[in-house]
Design a protein around this ligand. Structure first.
Ligand code: DX5
Ligand code: ZN
Length: 216
């Protein structure tokens, strides 16, 4: 039975109470906590950095699923690892060489992920697939929560499932953006192993029920 991981994104949390957001995630039964790091250059928004990872590290045992939407991931990988990240996912479209970043992240003992924006073909992941633990398929244009899922991006998930099978690999496929009660089953059907959920999670009045419906 394939496991599905729900990874609530604190981008949609109350920015005045991240400690409370971590507690809500823990009490919901979700085991991952997604951190959308934005630098205002790679995406037109600025969120938070390593100080928040460090501040939350001893508040929860959740897996810190750090998503770097930044131009220069290489400058920050070690800092995020030292702050307490468990997994670091950077963007294929960022500057520098993905292979170097993957080796550095794994060398630090963390899960290594690579992400692509909606307009990037999934075939660019072919060469790096053997070195990744997570492939994050953005299902919205990165930068903001609360957007509508782009259905065509789920076709990329289906393609990546086939590529993974053909290569005999077992990395996890994650989707991020516009995942809610309606689109979560569609994303799972397409082959997603991890569901990053921001607005739909934090606006839910029954977070435990929400997570148990999609997490397996
Ligand atoms: C976009 C962010 C969002 C966030 C999830 O850059 O990465 O996708 O995690 O946002 P929702 O679930 O509110 O669409
Ligand atoms: Zn994200």
């Amino acid at each position: 039975m394939k496991q599905t991981i729900v990874s609530p994104s604190i981008l949609a949390a109350d920015f005045a109470d991240f400690g409370g957001a971590a507690a809500l995630i823990d009490s919901s039964g979700a085991k991952w906590l997604h951190m959308d790091v934005m630098d205002g250059s790679f995406v037109p928004n600025l969120t938070f950095g390593t100080p928040l990872v460090h501040a939350l590290r001893d508040k929860t045992k959740a897996f810190f699923d750090v998503h770097l939407m930044i131009v220069h991931p290489g400058r920050f990988i070690r800092d995020f690892a030292e702050a307490g990240a468990d997994g670091i996912t950077f963007h294929y479209e960022a500057e520098g060489h993905p292979q170097n970043y993957l080796e550095e992240i794994k060398g630090l003992g963390l899960k290594a992920g690579i992400s692509i924006v909606p307009s990037t073909p999934v075939t660019v992941l072919e060469e790096t697939m053997p070195f990744i633990d997570i492939a994050l398929i953005m299902t919205v244009n990165p930068g903001f929560g609360g957007q509508k899922l782009i259905p065509e991006c789920l076709e990329k998930v289906k393609k990546l499932v086939k590529m993974r099978e053909k290569a005999g690999l077992s990395f996890l496929i994650s989707v991020d953006g516009g995942i809610n009660e309606i689109t979560a089953p569609e994303a799972k059907e397409a082959g997603s192993d991890i569901l990053v959920i921001g607005s739909a999670f934090f606006s839910s009045s029954d977070k435990k029920g929400f997570v148990s419906r999609f997490q397996s």
